[in-house]
Design a protein around this ligand. Structure first.
Ligand SMILES: Cc1cc2nc3c(=O)[nH]c(=O)nc-3n(C[C@H](O)[C@H](O)[C@H](O)COP(=O)(O)O)c2cc1C
Length: 186
């Protein structure tokens, strides 16, 4: 039996009706069963301030760092805000990167997915995020790239993926990511 890998999922949108969260759930459901997913929440993380990073940091920072530390890999699913990652996502990256020398992201195989209601599919946010993942030492899967546009028509009224083609495309990404994780962990 191949080992099961625990993947932390971070969604860059905080809103209840987030299409990116729906997308993340759909992708998790399409993944090979060598992967198990935990959605790690970022909405309660105070803005990163080194002055607060004492021996008793804010409790949500401690909770968040522990959840990332125990994961084997991290899947980022994010909208684009003004051609960059939403502040909540960037803040989560910063919180996980400190205190200096205790970067919880290091070495965790990463998947970047950008989703947008528009046609540009969050290209700017996607690469903005990849830029930070380099210094955070996250080996991020290069191919296939996951730019998911027109999110509004990806799901039907029941919340399921509206087309078999979309399911096949997203499933292929998850298969590649499962192989990427297996290659980097252990
Ligand atoms: C502050 C803000 C800035 C935005 N900027 C962009 C943008 O630069 N590019 C884009 O494709 N969509 C942009 N959008 C639209 C979002 O992509 C769209 O609302 C998307 O559905 C948000 O993801 P969610 O459904 O997961 O919340 C922006 C939305 C907000 C709230």
């Amino acid at each position: 039996m191949p080992r099961k890998y625990q993947i932390a999922v971070i969604v860059g949108s905080l809103r209840a009706g987030s299409l990116n969260r729906k997308l993340a759930k759909a992708m998790a459901a399409l993944a090979p069963d060598t992967l198990a997913f935990d959605f790690v929440e970022i909405g309660d993380l105070a803005l990163y301030n080194p002055d607060l990073d004492t021996e008793t940091p804010p409790a949500p920072w401690t909770r968040f760092r522990a959840e990332i530390a125990k994961a084997d890999g991290v899947m980022f699913v994010t909208p684009e805000y003004n051609r960059a990652v939403p502040a909540a996502m960037k803040n989560a990256l910063d919180v996980g990167s400190r205190p200096y020398g205790e970067n919880v992201w290091a070495g965790k195989p990463g998947l970047v997915v950008s989703g947008s209601a528009g046609a540009l599919a969050g290209f700017g946010a996607h690469h903005h995020l990849r830029q930070s993942l380099v210094v955070l030492d996250v080996p991020t899967m290069a191919q296939p790239e996951a730019y998911i546009g027109n999110l509004g028509s990806l799901f039907d009224d029941t919340g399921a993926l509206a087309s078999d083609d979309s399911a096949a495309f997203l499933g292929k990404i998850m298969q590649a990511y499962a192989a990427w994780v297996a290659r980097h962990v252990d």
